[in-house]
Design a binder for this molecule. Structure first.
Ligand code: PLP
Length: 433
């Protein structure tokens, strides 16, 4: 075939075989793309083949979902690139119920008038953390931004040099601080900061003391950070609030990961944490603490721009409800379930998968991820298959994201659910074809 043999866009889109394939505008754009590719191939000396078939492929690609369910075979439980926390069944059901119809999102059913979207989740957050008041926004970055804007705009915020962190995707504490309109005043040094360093830095311009959980790294060796209670003592002595950004935040006892309840009990005035890290819910930023401060955040104009939507609030309320019975939380919330699953069960899954696909069972180390417990090593097991399968597995349906190490592709079974084993096995078979 030569360039001049190609039909026009209109001719191709008008081909009878495509008559019911799509609307006219979609057909025209698919025909245009198919012809552009065909032209490239002819110039490269190749035969473009059946053009109608090419248009059908273009149409299929246009209709295919881009944001897709993906199987996490990396062993990293809270994987930010893979959407962080999978939701509990109860949360999914609540989202479906609330989203499929109307809801009382901002309607007070008792009074028959306007209500607040913040009123649904606040009571259970207060109960679970012991806080006076609670507020939910779009994510934890927004929570920190709102707290600083509402409490420290135009004034100074004291932060330890050891806590000026960057978490994934360029979220840097100093940048958020600048955007809030507050001014950063660094205290202490990278490895050592004492309560006295805050004390010395306090002046007429100081608005609050900010503590940031170090999240994704640890400074080891000759280090010192004041305990929260010491910071609170300094804040109280000068009438300044202490805001604690916990990052992940947990609602159950988990190694040395700080919980909102502990932070409030130590005297923090406001505590911020994420909804989709260790909590295991939807993306959200949760702020709990003193009623009068939370109220200032709620009234700030940015709150309207940063608020959470009804799907988030529905999923969050249902997830939080599971924490009312701590044993049900560990069973029902996927993040917690993966975290506490006995290694023998993970090994059994790796054996089952390996038996189907002819792989080898290999001991691995899983991670919590999401900036929580960065040094924690979760004993795990993987099914090891050929390295070349990593790419076709990613491109398959459903996509499977695995780790490549030492010339092999590792399917880590800590983050693969029991119900996904057969699917992963089929994906491996398909990837070998
Ligand atoms: C993850 C994290 C954030 C940002 O939370 P998002 O919910 O991702 O916006 C802020 N601070 C700390 C310490 C974190 O670990």
């Amino acid at each position: 075939m030569e360039l001049r043999d190609l039909p026009s866009v209109d001719e191709l889109a008008g081909d009878g075989r495509l008559a019911h394939a799509a609307s006219r505008p979609l057909l025209v754009s698919a025909a245009r793309s198919a012809l552009a590719r065909a032209r490239e191939e002819i110039k490269a000396g190749a035969d473009p083949g059946d053009l109608v078939g090419r248009v059908e492929l273009e149409l299929a690609a246009t209709r295919e979902a881009r944001l897709r369910r993906t199987i996490n075979a990396t062993g990293v439980i809270i994987h930010t690139n893979l959407g962080r926390a999978p939701l509990a069944q109860e949360a999914l059901e609540r989202v479906r119920a609330v989203a499929a119809g109307y809801s009382n999102l901002e309607y007070d059913l008792g009074e028959g008038g306007r209500g607040s979207r913040q009123d649904h989740v606040a009571p259970i957050l207060r109960r679970l953390t012991g806080a006076e008041a609670a507020l939910v926004v779009n994510n934890n970055a927004a929570a920190v931004l709102l707290a600083l804007a509402a409490l420290a705009e135009g004034r100074e915020v004291l932060v330890s040099r050891g806590e000026l962190i960057e978490i994934g995707d360029g979220f840097r504490i100093p940048d958020v601080l600048a955007r809030s309109g507050a001014r950063l005043r660094e205290v202490g040094t990278t490895n050592r900061t004492r309560a006295a360093d805050y004390e010395r830095a306090i002046g007429p311009e100081t608005a609050l003391l900010l503590r940031v959980h170090q999240s994704n790294f640890r400074v080891v060796g000759f280090t010192e950070q004041p305990r929260l209670a010491e910071l609170v003592r300094v804040g109280r002595a000068h009438g300044l609030p202490v805001v604690d950004d916990l990052g992940s935040g947990v609602l159950v006892e988990l190694e040395d990961e700080p919980s909102a309840r502990d932070a409030l009990a130590a005297g923090a005035d406001l505590v911020c944490f994420s909804g989709d890290k260790l909590l295991g819910g939807p993306q959200a930023g949760i702020i709990v603490g003193r009623g009068e401060l939370v109220e200032r955040l709620r009234r700030h104009p940015l709150q309207r721009a940063l608020r959470a939507d009804k799907l988030t609030l529905a999923a969050l309320e249902a997830t939080l409800a599971l924490y009312l019975e701590p044993e049900s939380a560990a069973r029902r919330i996927p993040v917690l379930r993966m975290l506490v699953e006995p290694v023998e069960a993970v090994e059994a899954r790796a054996e089952r998968l390996s038996a189907i696909v002819g792989g080898e069972v290999e001991q691995t180390v899983g991670r919590v991820g999401g900036g929580a417990l960065p040094l924690a090593e979760l004993p795990s097991f993987a099914c090891a298959v050929e390295e070349e399968l990593a790419e076709p597995l990613r491109r398959g349906e459903p996509p499977v994201v695995a780790l490549v190490r030492d010339g092999r592709c590792l399917l880590d079974c800590r983050t693969i659910a029991d119900s996904e084993v057969d699917e992963v096995a089929s994906a491996v078979t398909a990837a070998r074809e």
